[in-house]
Structure formats: structure tokens, C-alpha cells
Design a binder for this molecule. Structure first.
Ligand code: ADP
Length: 224
């Protein structure tokens, strides 16, 4: 079962002499249960692809399906993008970006509330347990290690049980061992939650945690 299908997605920045084809007719299919690495040099289009698929910065053309449903047709969303994002997507960034004056569990709880969960507090605690940071539920972000903060951020991204989890260099701020354990966590999430996880990474040391590796070059997916 496909979590995501993207067909002929293109996006340019600028015009005339300054035109950059950041995404050049990209097609991509991600299966549920797969954890996929997206590699490529700086400027090759990785962030633009994540933002296009994440409905953050829409492509000019292309069709995108999530969980088998068409969500983007000729670059145009078929429903409110906020609602589509809440239904299908979770995001993890390089920095955890937790709200500093809320505890770990409150940070996750508000995401569960926004997602319309019946019992947001219980769901938040379950997610923190699942990510191995249940014992830090009442800690403020500043008292958590970098790896713990990132686990809380991943719990928050799972609040709405996304079909597709998008992560942009999630281990860049972590040391080798913590980076590896976060990548292994993504693999477990993909396999157990029946979601696809797409991770932009430069970290070649952790590539064995992935089921599939794609490489981008000049706005295209070069190799599988
Ligand atoms: P990566 O994530 O692989 O480093 P990006 O997707 O950020 O690559 O960038 C792809 C290309 O698009 C690059 O040539 C970059 O300079 C250009 N680009 C990205 N964002 C913008 C923007 N907001 N305005 C103009 N050009 C951009």
C-alpha cells in the first residue's frame, strides 16, 4: 500500500536568467512501512521536495496522492492544506523546536488536541513511552538532552498518526550514537505504525537503518 505517490512534480524559483528548476519532473512512490533516506549535495532540491510533498511550499505542477487519495492535482490542493497536513503528515526538523515553557508531555499534548484526539493527555504519555522518554514527561525542554528533545519532537509529529512522516536532517545536531538511535527509531515507526518515513540526511554513517535510499542531483532523483 502506498503512503505517497508523486508524479511529475516541478518547482522553479526566480524568472528569466535567474530561473532555478529546484524540482525537475520528480516522480516518487513511498510504500507504507518503508523508511527512506534522501541524499544529495546542498542545493540539489531535497528541502524543496520535502516542502512540496509536505504541502508547505506547493509545486507549480504535479499530482500527489496520500494514502491512495489525490491531494494535489496540477499543483493545486484538492482541500484546505492545513486539513490535509493534519490528516496525512508529520514533520521533524533539525532542531526539536519545543515550546520552552511547556513540559515534554504538554508539548505533545497540544499536538494531540489540535489533532482532535479524544484523550490528548493519555495519547501524549503513550507516545512518549513509545519513544522511550516516558520517564521525562514532566521535564521542561531545557533540562532534556538533545536526543531526548528530538524524541519528544518525534512523539509530537506522531500525534495525528500520520501516513507520511517527513524529517529534514533530524540528526544533524546529534552525536553519532544518538543520531543512529534516532534513525533506528524512524525505522521502527515506519514498520510498526504502517507509515512511510522520508528522511533528508547527510549522515552516511546511519544509512544501514534505511530500507531504500534515493539520491537527488540538480532537482531530479538520480538513483535508487
Ligand atoms: P537542498 O535542500 O538539497 O540543499 P534546496 O531545495 O534548498 O536544496 O534548493 C534547490 C535549489 O533551489 C537551489 O539551487 C537553491 O538555491 C534554490 N532555492 C531554494 N529555495 C529558494 C528560494 N526561496 N528562492 C530562490 N531559490 C531557492
Amino acid at each position: 500500500m502506498e503512503a505517497l505517490r508523486a508524479e511529475h512534480v516541478s518547482k522553479s524559483y526566480g524568472t528569466g536568467d535567474t530561473l532555478v528548476r529546484a524540482l525537475d519532473d520528480v516522480s516518487l512512490s513511498l510504500q507504507k512501512g518503508a523508511v527512506v533516506a534522501l541524499l544529495g549535495p546542498s542545493g540539489s532540491g531535497k528541502s524543496t521536495l520535502i516542502k512540496a510533498i509536505g504541502l508547505v511550499s506547493l509545486p507549480e505542477v504535479g499530482r500527489v496522492w496520500m494514502d491512495g487519495k489525490l491531494v494535489l492535482d496540477a499543483g493545486i490542493p484538492i482541500a484546505n492544506v492545513g486539513a490535509l497536513r493534519r490528516k496525512y503528515l508529520g514533520f521533524v526538523f533539525q532542531k526539536a523546536n519545543l515550546i520552552p515553557f511547556l513540559t515534554a508531555s504538554q508539548n505533545v499534548e497540544i499536538a494531540c488536541e489540535i489533532g482532535g484526539h479524544a484523550d490528548p493527555r493519555r495519547r501524549a504519555l503513550e507516545l512518549l513511552d513509545y519513544l522511550g522518554v516516558g520517564h521525562r514527561a514532566s521535564a521542561l525542554p531545557a533540562t532534556l538532552s538533545g536526543g531526548e528533545q528530538q524524541r519528544v519532537a518525534i512523539a509530537r509529529a506522531l500525534a495525528n498518526s500520520p501516513t507520511l512522516l517527513l524529517a529534514d536532517e533530524p540528526t544533524a545536531a546529534l552525536d553519532k550514537d544518538r543520531g543512529r538511535s534516532v534513525m533506528e527509531l524512524f525505522a521502527r515507526i515506519a514498520h510498526e505504525q504502517k507509515a512511510a518515513v522520508l528522511v533528508v540526511t547527510h549522515d552516511h554513517r546511519t544509512l544501514d537503518a534505511f530500507d531504500v535510499t534515493y539520491e537527488m542531483e540538480d532537482g531530479r532523483i538520480k538513483s535508487a
